[in-house]
Design a protein around this ligand. Structure first.
Ligand SMILES: [Fe+2]
Length: 444
């Protein structure tokens, strides 16, 4: 092995250790801040008890790193079925004989200790799981994703605030001068990736997609704009809703984003136990796909397709290439995007000018997940890896794709190609959207 490759291995080892440690620190923060009774209780049938997430991340880490990569025997085979997400839906999990909090924490520490030993000796070659440290990257992303899931549980949980009050992110100096929309030129671009080392199977392979010229909002739709839709009777007018959307709106009694309520003449929202007036300049959040779609139609626009969203976020007309992130190929940093649960809320619309895409759109990465009009489908040439249940079993029209990541997503689990998916009725997630419009022939 050349010296350069050895240095690369050392750097990769260091990066993996840092990602694993960072995710675990977040897990600890989100589970140490509540009483034991709060950890074992189910706060919503949509969510697992926090103590399930705690042991599930350790169990997946054991499965993929100690057993698959390290060839070890299962540590406690009897607990495997309890933490298999496919064996027990979330609503069933509180009835299982789960490990109590102290045992779950001890299990996590035991697995992590062995994983760090394994990492010390690991060579990042010889198998597809080990190449580029993929299995370690997958496990770090998995725990980071559960850190977001656990933050959603905190958002749903009632009772006094236990996390620090959501601090407003950096306001942009030029918000009032920003154009409402930007033009993305038509033509082919590279969607997905075949080179991003820790990209998951559904992001692969890279392929060419031809997208017609379109406009996309410079920023996510704000609470102020969304409040106008409400004030204009948007929730009471079936013209703006799809048939399924209207039916759901009526059945679920939707009148405003989740966690919004009326306080006299103003809207207030509750986040992590703190209630405050809705900020008009903040991206709207906790809306389902049906609400996003209805708003877009009311505004005379539409949701972007997934391909349009990715082209806006990644395509660089100067080089004809697709970037890893809107701002380029460098990893996310604090001045580029609102990620990693730093602020516990989206930053005001127009923030992070340094993180803008070549087309001029801002906040494509971080702040809020953005609903697209697209169903969750495989890319041409898709191959399930390393297991079918990661993505393949979810492909189909029941799920809509969300892009870009929220303030709650760790940088390790967020990039220009990353795809999230959920049911069109879901809104406990940190979901917002931006709208798009096809360009007329004068722009073609
Ligand atoms: Fe999981």
């Amino acid at each position: 092995m050349t010296e350069e490759l050895q240095l690369d291995s050392a750097a990769l080892r260091e990066r993996i250790a840092a990602e694993l440690t960072g995710a675990r620190e977040r897990t600890a923060l989100l589970t140490d801040c509540v009483e034991e009774a709060d950890l074992v209780r189910q706060h919503s049938p949509l969510m697992s008890p926090l103590v399930w997430d705690l042991a599930h991340v350790a169990n997946q880490e054991e499965l993929w790193l100690l057993r698959e990569v390290g060839g070890r025997e299962p540590m406690y085979p009897e607990i495997d079925p309890l933490y298999d997400a496919f064996e027990h839906p979330r609503c069933e999990r509180p009835t299982l004989p789960l490990l109590p909090p102290e045992q779950a924490r001890a299990y996590g520490r035991e697995v992590r200790g062995r994983v760090l030993d394994l990492l010390d000796r690991a060579r990042f070659s010889g198998s597809r799981l080990l190449g580029d440290g993929f299995a370690f990257g997958m496990v770090a992303q998995h725990e980071a994703q559960h850190d977001e899931t656990m933050l959603i549980t905190h958002q749903i949980r009632s009772g006094a605030a236990v996390l620090s009050a959501p601090a407003p992110g950096p306001a942009p100096a030029d918000a009032s001068r920003l154009p409402a929309e930007v033009l993305v030129p038509g033509g082919p671009f590279t969607m997905g990736t075949s080179t991003e080392p820790w990209a998951l199977d559904n992001e692969r392979p890279a392929h060419t997609v031809d997208v017609a010229t379109f406009f996309i909002d410079t920023t996510p739709v704000t609470c102020g704009a969304y409040a106008q839709f409400i004030a204009d009777g948007g929730y009471g007018d079936p013209r703006w809703w799809t048939g399924a959307g209207w039916e759901h709106r009526q059945r679920a009694g939707l009148v405003a984003p989740m966690f919004w309520s009326r306080d006299g003449r103003q809207w207030v929202r509750t986040a992590f136990g703190t209630t405050e007036p809705v900020r008009p300049d903040e991206p709207v959040m906790h809306v389902c796909w049906y609400e996003a779609d209805a708003y877009a139609r009311w505004a005379g626009r539409r949701l972007p397709t997934e391909a349009e969203w990715e082209k806006a976020a990644r395509f660089d007309p100067a080089t004809g290439l697709s970037r890893r992130y809107p701002w380029g190929n460098a990893e996310p940093q604090a001045h580029l995007a609102n990620l990693g649960q730093e602020f516990l809320r989206p930053a005001p619309a127009g923030a992070y000018p340094a993180g803008a895409a070549p087309c001029g759109a801002r906040q494509l990465i971080g702040d809020v997940w953005e609903w697209t009009s697209s169903d969750f489908l495989p890319y041409p040439g898709f191959a399930a890896w390393p297991y079918r249940e990661y993505s393949e079993v979810f492909f189909g029209p029941e799920y809509k794709v969300l892009r870009g990541g929220s303030f709650a997503v760790s940088p390790v689990a967020c990039r220009g190609t990353f795809r999230n998916w959920d049911y069109p009725i879901r809104r406990q997630i940190f979901s917002g959207f931006r709208t798009a419009a096809s360009a007329g022939p004068e722009h073609a």
